[in-house]
Design a protein around this ligand. Sequence first.
Ligand code: FES
Ligand code: FE2
Length: 433
Amino acid sequence: MTTLIASSRDYGALVKEDRVHSDIYTDAQIFDDEMERIFHRTWLFALHESEIPRHGDFKLLQLGRFPVIATRDADGDIQLLINRCRHRGAQVCEAMRGHAKRFQCWYHGWTYDSKGDLVGVTGAEAYDENFDPKDHGLTLVPRVDSYRGFVFASFNPEVTDLSAYLGATLKYIDIMVDASPIGELEVKPGVVTRTRYRGNWKQVGMDGYHPHYVHMSVFKIFSQRESTTGSAVGALHLEDPFDDRSSSRTRGFPHGHSCLDFREQRRPHADEYIEELERSEDGQRYVADMIDAHGEEHARELIAWHGDPHLGLFPNVQLIHDHVRVVIPRSPGETEVLMYPVFLKGVGDTINEKRLRAHEAFYGPAAAGSPDDAEIFERTQRGLIADQSPWVLLARGRHRERRDEDGSLVACISDEVTQRVQMQEWKRLMSDR
Ligand code: FES
Ligand SMILES: [Fe+2]
């Protein structure tokens, strides 16, 4: 693996228990080292397997600094191929997604199949007997694994097993998948909201302190309009986020994963969601199928949870409300965020339509949720440049966090547990050379 010129700076000193130095958001050398030490070393979310269902389907990904082609090969397996011709290095695929069983390089015409094997060399007779096409297939990303349709990748052959990396968060991923009565999700290729904001990648999501401030105007509008049952975005039932007795909690897991845990807050509302669902045929079928699949008790809580784990998996994916959110750092001060609405398989169309409408209302480009977040990230980035007083405080609720039996740190929903565990994992990876 290529290593850029690495900094000799002590990154451990930039992250304390209750604060971080603002250089970690603004410094170009730190950004380069993040790509090597975090994005090229740990697990990254790649895609959902339903995005490329058939042999020949492909999608381009950006994983760390590397362009990657995700393909579905002739055996039905997903391959992650580094998008770099083994002749002189040109990208062999430029389309963001599509269907192609072969990739032909535009430069001199070398051709690869969906496993990445080199199957065609222009003027092959000019190479001697030492040239074996088998040695020149597209390079595979060394580690690929998946959990319930979510495909993860790592450029580090020595990386810990995916299940150990995800640990206790696996049961939160289940919340999203088990909202489908057949336990399957669909992420449709091409259906995505793409945002690019002028701020650092570490600012995105998992903050339970801001919604009552940044999003209050939207919440007021939502509370006055027709219910959006079936979608997590509609299931607000706001509690006082500053009262430590409120049932919603923040959670921090090993490896920097975090969660805004609304399960206890939503559970008591199962009856009203079921009652509303049962006003439509699709809703009646959905409730009945969920009970068949999960038994009454678990079906009721799954319906109340709306398939929303509100989970952030460090460093690049969040399962929030009705979507999968992928974070792509472009520079210290620029980040791309892709939001893929998630559809439930095995349900009537109106169930998914409602989820999609609610997603658009908060997260769409003309909505009032995500654009406000992007604006606040940009204001933060402009402020962070002024580093006369360089420390950023993440101390909120530190005195009242406690360790839960699943190993997570838990505190009040507005406490900065989430940011603290992310930053501790950042420090571990950045310091571990
Ligand atoms: S660089 Fe791809 S064929 Fe030459
Ligand atoms: Fe927000």
